[in-house]
Every structure is written in structure tokens, then in C-alpha cells.
Design a protein around this ligand. Sequence first.
Ligand code: TYM
Length: 332
Amino acid sequence: KPRLYSGMQPSAESLQIGNYIGALLNWKELQKSHDAFFSIVDLHAITVAQDPALLALNTRRTAAQYIAAGIDPSASTLYVQSHVAAHAQLAWVLNTITGFGEASRMTQFKDKSTRFGADATTLGLFAYPTLMAADILLYQTSIVPVGEDQRQHVELTRDLAARFNSRFGDTFTVPEVAIVKETAKIYDLQNPTSKMSKSAESHAGVIWVLDEASVTKKKIMRAVTDADGGVVFDRENKPGVANLLTIYSVLANRTVQSLEDEYAGRGYGDLKKGLVEVVTGTFDPIRARVTELLDDPAELDRLLAVNAAHAAEVANATLATVFERVGLLLPR
Ligand code: TYM
């Protein structure tokens, strides 16, 4: 089976619906046909300040959400990034072949460093993309399923793999990015031209997987639409409605056309009510399963440990080759 790699940051108590639709739903399908590795990237999360007690909790919660959403931890390798030391080790080597200018061009870094200001912009944040490249390259990955916002990081990963291979000899598989066009970017319900994000300043337009149904309902009923009134998919002129239709169509497994037909001549209120049913119908059972999984943290930790051991085996084999190619003296 071809190798697949993807990951998410444990940077909030709950994943948001963009993570669920843009990532988890695709992972769940792809894990059937791939040798899949999914990580909870805690080392990436600490590139911005985290509350230490919460970070550890959120790492478990993220693992529980992966499983509750359908990632099978006995078929796929689901593990915590910091449990496999090779990630940080390979990232260091990749830092030494990455140009300062090249790293400076990463738009996510530019956005975050503008948002946080110079004082909160750390070397760690700057090196975020090379750590991500290490994640992917350690596993000789063929495909990386992500949302649109991660495309540039995967492009950099490809460049670094090719550069290393040509400088030191064939070592890494050059990965392909896999982005599902329709769902690659879910937008904030209050601000439907910007990406929904775990780190959004206001949570009013963010649908959390673990929110109570009543909270989700309120947020959807208050979603920003437009004054035009027609339930029509038009990304340019009706971004709010287009976003609601996208979410609806994916979660209900229906075409946008069939939704436009069903809601033709009806108001946005009806569309939103329908969407509330679909979203809470999807997340209610996931939330219940997460609660169950978190009730037995020892079992969850055991699963993560077993999977980390498998991940480390694969990762360490690549790392040994890298160290040898670069000329680092092997320990005896
Ligand atoms: P993170 O934690 O920001 O997001 C996890 C995944 O969710 C996708 N995503 C979205 N998709 C659609 N609409 C949205 N509004 C939306 N918001 C987030 C992201 O594209 C991502 O696929 N750098 C990565 C984590 C990472 C990684 C990796 C991914 C670390 N190492 C190796 C792949 C391979 C990140 O910050 O994801």
C-alpha cells in the first residue's frame, strides 16, 4: 500500500469543523487504501505559546477526536509527534539545507509573525515548515492529504527532499500533496472570506467538534449570509451561503445541486435549520465517543505508545540513512 502522512496540532481543546471536513473525513477514506501515519503534532503546537497543563490534555483530546471520527488506531499509525525523537533530529538536518530567504517566504510564517508581533515570533515558528518536512520525509511518504493552507509547506518539503537527494544521494521519496478542491478551505461563519481557524480571535464563527449541540445551533443560525435571499452556490458574490452549502453537502453526502433544488424559494433560516440537523447529527456521536475514550486515559496512552513504537521503527531507519549520508559519525 502507498504510504500516507498527515497531522494536526493539539492547539485547542477541540478540533473545528474545517479540520474535520478538510482533513479527518478524507483521512478516514484514504486509510483504507494506504499505509497511513497520522500524528498529533505537539512540537508544532509549541511554536506559539501554550499553557503546559492544557497542552498535554489537548494532545489526548485530539487523539480521542481522531479515533472518534473514524481513524482506526489498529490499522493506521496514530501517534504523538514528540514521542518519536527522530522528528526533531531530522528537522535539524533539514534546517541546514533550507535557505533563510526560502523560509521567509512561507505565507503562514508571515501571517503569524505579523499577528503576534516581533517579540512573540520565535526561531521555532520560523522553523515550523522544516519540522513539518521532517514529519513527512521520515516515513518515505507518497501522499500528504491536507487543506489548502498547507500546500506551500508541502511544496517546500518536495524541494527539500529533491535538494537532499541531489546533494547526498537518493534518500527521500518526494511526496505529492493531495487536496480535495471543494473542501480545501472551510470559512469562518462570521467572516466567510477568511479561513475558519482554531486560533481565530473570535470564536463566534468557529464550529467546534466538541461544542454542545445548542451552541452549534446558535452559531449556525447566526452565520453571516447576504441580502440577496436565494439559496444558490456563488462563491464570489455569496460567500456565506456558499460556505454553508459546502459544509451541508459534505456532511450530508449530497450534491450542492440537490440542496439548491430542495431550498429553492425558501429562506436562509430553513437552510440553516437543515444544516444544524446535519452538523449536530454528525458531531453528537463523535462527542459521546470522545467522552468514553477520555474516561480511560490509560488505554488511550497505551494505544499511543504502541503506535509510537511502530512509527519510531520506520522513522529511525530513515534517520540512520540521513546521518550516514551527511557524514555524521555513527555511534558504536
Ligand atoms: P492544522 O492543525 O492547522 O490543521 C490540520 C488540518 O486541517 C486542515 N484545515 C482546514 N481545512 C479546510 N478548511 C479549514 N478552515 C481548515 N483549517 C485547517 C489543515 O489544512 C490541515 O490539513 N502544519 C499542519 C500540521 C502538520 C502536518 C504535518 C500536516 C504538521 N506536520 C505533516 C501534514 C503533514 C497544521 O498546522 O495543521
